[in-house]
Every structure is written in structure tokens, then in C-alpha cells.
Design a protein around this ligand. Structure first.
Ligand SMILES: Cc1ncc(COP(=O)(O)OP(=O)(O)O)c(N)n1
Ligand SMILES: Cc1nc(C(=O)O)sc1CCOP(=O)(O)O
Ligand SMILES: [Mg+2]
Length: 548
């Protein structure tokens, strides 16, 4: 499948050092951006002489040249994202911090991959704790591996260290397990970093390789099976550049993190297959692993498992000492016990209505799936009235073949024996998912992009809702409309799980939506505001191609 939004070519600036081998640094950044259809501009901070095995020297660019590179680019066009890699010294870091602070709003998103040492062994950067603190506060996302995290957090934790550091060991704090990761990342956040992505490649204590994203209110884990014996250099540069590329292409930050994780997995896979081929012809040692391009990730198996962690959750799960124990426990349980599948496999229009009266009105159309969505913030419902309404809706559909989903009120849905429950992302923190499954109800869950889809797939629900496809007036949405191209990718990502497209869909749009392969099309106003709801239902079924 082709990449969505091919037409636009957004701009990302890369600030960093050149690596003569092309394995890492700004060469890798620009290759990654080009691979993802983004135009990369370069602000070179240092030139290093390195191969796959060694770095023999590294020379910092003069400040005047850093300034001039920035100015000449800024005079032409500001980027949507800036990716920063190696910074040679304090003076350069101060110039960059000041330049970032002077950017006008809306500012580009700034990603800092804090490269302190080259993967071909040697110091690239010699920054004092004060400039590191300053940088951490002006960038939007910092992407350390666990060694770099220890170094950065050590600056804030160990007040004994006063001098600029020269070697790793002088600034190291302990990061030996997931608790340490969390503590160190929270230290950075409490000290002014806006968000931190801790990469798990070096976290050998983790069974999977888990990258964890921290903000002051969120904690999200992205897990992939661990790759042992990888010789590939520059994966940190690729990942940070890919994050910048996806944000520049209009993806939310958590979707950019999901896509970048999948991208690096694909680069690893294609590069390692070329590695094993070349290793057939010579000694393994003498053939450096050359990174290959992988393009926009579309293959399902490249995507990480995503877990959203509610603050403090890991303290309350029996036998779990770390967050990753929780993820493993959570995911393994869910994977083993999928929800019951939908009874009807036929594709169809799925009306979402706010009363049992509406259900009664629509049942004669032969509708096969319907949802009762009562929102207390829209109309004055109390719990007793909601309970009665759900009971009546269940009674109306009981002797029909119509599959009734209850939105939000999962306890009442269980109590009254509804066919299924529909939950939103926030509900997943509070609803008792096991109780819903054990009661034999089906489960549908809303999603709004790659990260949420990957989160929900682990629950093995009866369907995954994909929204909002077009602008909708029915609900205030915090996210952007997804559009048809992304919907196609999402349907594919869901694999065999049935999908429900929702948001702004009407008779003129339902053919394009159906053509993506979405199993069902959910609508509110296209039916409830139609002069004749019955006729509207049949027209939608027909336009979508669900009936002749
Ligand atoms: C089929 C379908 N898809 C999405 C939604 C939205 O559910 P949710 O995110 O729980 O938001 P509210 O509907 O509760 O506002 C839905 N109801 N149905
Ligand atoms: C209830 C709802 N949930 C959405 C989501 O994207 O999760 S969009 C939506 C409203 C759909 O109404 P209409 O068909 O009138 O646009
Ligand atoms: Mg809901």
C-alpha cells in the first residue's frame, strides 16, 4: 500500500555532526527524512572522521558558521520540526538554545537526540550541566537511551557534581531497571523537560525492547521483540529523525512515536537481511552492517505493542515490580482471551442513537448493529433513567438479530444483558475489561490513530472503531480528521479484527469509506437529522455498496 499524503513535502532541519562513514549523524538523518518524503536541511555542528569501528577525530564548526547556517535557512522558510543530534560544545549549545527561544509561535517541534558519544566509540560532545539543563528546557522531546538517561538525570540528581563533565562515569546516575528508568525520566520532567522518550535498546533487563514516553501526565510504552546481536549503527539518529518526519507530516506525537518505532524495526530487518547475505561471502567482522531504506511503514508486524500506563498503576498489580511486568501480564492475559466475535459478518451501516425510541424507530429497517449512546453532559439523564433506557433498548433488540452496543455504561450493559459495550480510550483505564468479557458481552473500542489502534489490538476486541474520518459537528474532537488515506492504513493495521469507521460520514462519502475495506460505517446525524431516517438508512446502505 502506498504512503498517505504523498503530495506534500514538509521541511525538517537537522542540527548535528557529520559521520564520514554515513552510518550515523546528519547523513543518516537526511537519508531517513528523504526515505519518508520529507525535505531535510542541515546545520552542521561538527565534522568527525569515523568508520564503523573507530572515531579518530572530531572538529567543531565555528559559532559564526552555525549562526549563518541557521539564518540563511530561516530567511527562506521555517521548518515544521527541528531534530538536534550531536552538539560539539557549550558555546554551540547556547547559540542553539537562544535561537530556539527566539522562534516565533507556532514553533516547530524540537526533538533532541542527546548524542554524547559516538556508537563507533569516542566523545562527540562535551557539554556542561548548565547548558544541558537549558537545552532540556527549550526542546519539546528528548530521546535518550538508558545510558544517556542516566547521564542526564545524574545532572539533576547529584548536586555534588559542579564541574563540566568529561567522561560518562562522572555524570552517571543508576538506571538498571524500569523503576530507575521511570525515576530518572520523572527527574528530567520535574526539572523542566517537556517530554522524554527513553529508548529500550540498551535496557537488557527488559524481555522486549520497550521505549517509554513520559510527559508530566502520560506514560506510554512501545514494545518490540528484542533484537539480539544487531550491528546496525545510527538507529538513534534514524528514530529521532523519523519522529521529526512524521510530526512534520501531520501525525500526532504519539502516532509519530509509533510510526518511528515501526520504521526503525523495518530498517533493522531489511539491513540485517542484506548483512547476512554479505556475511556469506566474507568474515562477519569485516562486513559492516549498512543501513537500508525502508519507506513508510505499512506492514502490520513492524508495529510495536503500545500500552498507556495510568499513573501509579504498576504499584497495584499483584506480583508486578515494574511497568513492563504490568505490560507483559496485561498483554499476555488479553491475547489469550479474545472477546467474542460479532455474530453478523455482513458489512453494514451502524446507527448511533441517543434513546430507545430511536432504536424502536430504526429496527424495522432491518438494521443489524446499533448503539445506544446517552451522554449525560448533553441531556439531563440520571442513573435510574439511564438504567431504564438501557433495559428497554435490550428488550427491544432481544428477539431480533440486531446487535445492540451500549456506549460508556458497561456495568448497566452487563446488568441488563446487552449484546455489547462500546468504550472510549479513557474508559480503558477504569472499566473492568475482564468483567465485560466474562459476562459474554462483545467489546468495541474507539481509536484515533496508530498508537491507540496498537493499544486496543492487545485487548482482542470484537471491533475497533476508527475515527473521526471527517469533521463532525456531533462531538468536539481533540484530534484532527483522519481522512480516507489514513483510514485505509488503519483498516489494514487492524488485520482480521472488524473495523467501524465513524465521524462526518454521509451519503456522499460512504462509498469512499466503504472502499477502504472498513467493515461497518457508524453514523449519527446522517440518520438522526435526515427528513426520513428509514430512507436515509437504506440510501447509506446502498451508496456504500453494502446492498444491491
Ligand atoms: C462506533 C463508535 N465509534 C466511536 C465512538 C466514540 O466513542 P467514545 O470515544 O467512547 O466517545 P463517546 O461516544 O462516549 O462520546 C462511538 N460512540 N461509537
Ligand atoms: C460519537 C463520535 N465518536 C467519534 C470518534 O471519532 O470517536 S466521531 C463521533 C460523532 C459521529 O457523528 P456524525 O456521524 O454525526 O459525524
Ligand atoms: Mg464513550
Amino acid at each position: 500500500m502506498s504512503e498517505p499524503e504523498k503530495a506534500c513535502s514538509p521541511i525538517v532541519w537537522c542540527v548535528g555532526g557529520s559521520d564520514s562513514s554515513g552510518g550515523a549523524g546528519i547523513t543518516r538523518d537526511l537519508a531517513t527524512l528523504a526515505d519518508l518524503g520529507v525535505h531535510g536541511c542541515a546545520i552542521v555542528t561538527l565534522v568527525s572522521a569515523q568508520s564503523h569501528y573507530a572515531m579518530t577525530s572530531s572538529k567543531a564548526m565555528q559559532l559564526s558558521l552555525i549562526n549563518e547556517q541557521w539564518q540563511v535557512l530561516a530567511a527562506e522558510a521555517l521548518p515544521l520540526c527541528i531534530k538536534i543530534g550531536a552538539i560539539a560544545n557549550d558555546a554551540q549549545a547556547k547559540v542553539l538554545s537562544t535561537r530556539i527561544e527566539m522562534l516565533s509561535v507556532p514553533r516547530p517541534l524540537i526533538v533532541w537526540d542527546p548524542v554524547l558519544f559516538s556508537s563507533s566509540k569516542g566523545a562527540l560532545s562535551n557539554l556542561s550541566k548548565d547548558v544541558i539543563k537549558q537545552l532540556l528546557r527549550v526542546v519539546d522531546l528528548v530521546t535518550p537511551n538508558t545510558h544517556e538517561l542516566a547521564s542526564l538525570a545524574g545532572i539533576f540528581i547529584d548536586s555534588e557534581i559542579d564541574n563540566a563533565f568529561e567522561t560518562k562515569s562522572e555524570i552517571k546516575s543508576e538506571v538498571k531497571n524500569n523503576r530507575d528508568v521511570r525515576h530518572a525520566a520523572k527527574t528530567l520532567i520535574n526539572s523542566g523537560a517537556k517530554s522524554v522518550l527513553v529508548k529500550g535498546g540498551h535496557a537488557r533487563w527488559q524481555h522486549n525492547a520497550t521505549d517509554t514516553y513520559f510527559t508530566d501526565s502520560e506514560e506510554i510504552a512501545f514494545s518490540q521483540p528484542r533484537v539480539h546481536h544487531s550491528e546496525l549503527r545510527g538507529t538513534g539518529c534514524m528514530q529521532a529523525s523519523a519522529i521529526a518526519a512524521f510530526v512534520a507530516k501531520g501525525y500526532s506525537i504519539i502516532d509519530a512515536l509509533t510510526l518511528a518505532n515501526a520504521y526503525v524495526k523495518n530498517v533493522r530487518d531489511v539491513s540485517s537481511s542484506s548483512y547476512s547475505q554479505s556475511s556469506l561471502t566474507g568474515s562477519r567482522q569485516s562486513v559492516p552492517q549498512v543501513p537500508r531504506l525502508a519507506g513508510f511503514p505499512t506492514n502490520r508486524d513492524a508495529f510495536p505493542t503500545v500500552a498507556f500506563i495510568k499513573s501509579g498503576a504498576f504499584n497495584s498489580v499483584d506480583g508486578c515490580k515494574t511497568e513492563s511486568d504490568v505490560f507483559d501480564k496485561h498483554h499476555n492475559e488479553r491475547r489469550e482471551k479474545p472477546f467474542l466475535p460479532l455474530s453478523h459478518t455482513k458489512r453494514g451501516i451502524y446507527p448511533v442513537v441517543d434513546s430507545a425510541d430511536w432504536i424502536e424507530k430504526l429496527l424495522p429497517t432491518g438494521v443489524e448493529t446499533i448503539q445506544l449512546r446517552i451522554k449525560e453532559d448533553i441531556s439531563p439523564w440520571d442513573k435510574a433513567r439511564i438504567s431504564k433506557e438501557i433495559q428497554r433498548a435490550v428488550a427491544l433488540t432481544k428477539s431480533t438479530s440486531c446487535q445492540l452496543f451500549i456506549n460508556d455504561h458497561w456495568q448497566l450493559a452487563i446488568e441488563h444483558g446487552a449484546y455489547g459495550v462500546h468504550l472510549g480510550q479513557e474508559d480503558l483505564f477504569t472499566a473492568d475489561i475482564d468483567a465485560i468479557r466474562k459476562a459474554g458481552l462483545r467489546l468495541g473500542v474507539s481509536t484515533h490513530g496508530y498508537a491507540e489502534i496498537q493499544r486496543v489490538k492487545s485487548l482482542a476486541p470484537s471491533y475497533i472503531a476508527l475515527g473521526h474520518i471527517f469533521a463532525t459537528k456531533t462531538k468536539d474532537m481533540p484530534s484532527q480528521p483522519q481522512g480516507i488515506d489514513r483510514l485505509k492504513h488503519y483498516v489494514d493495521l487492524c488485520g482480521g479484527i472488524p473495523t467501524v469507521a465513524i465521524g462526518g460520514i454521509n451519503k456522499n462519502r460512504c462509498k469512499a469509506v466503504a472502499d477502504t475495506g472498513a467493515t461497518h460505517i457508524a453514523v449519527v446525524t446522517a440518520i438522526t437529522e435526515a427528513p426520513c431516517p428509514h430512507a436515509a438508512y437504506h440510501t447509506l446502505q446502498k451508496e456504500a455498496g453494502f446492498v444491491e
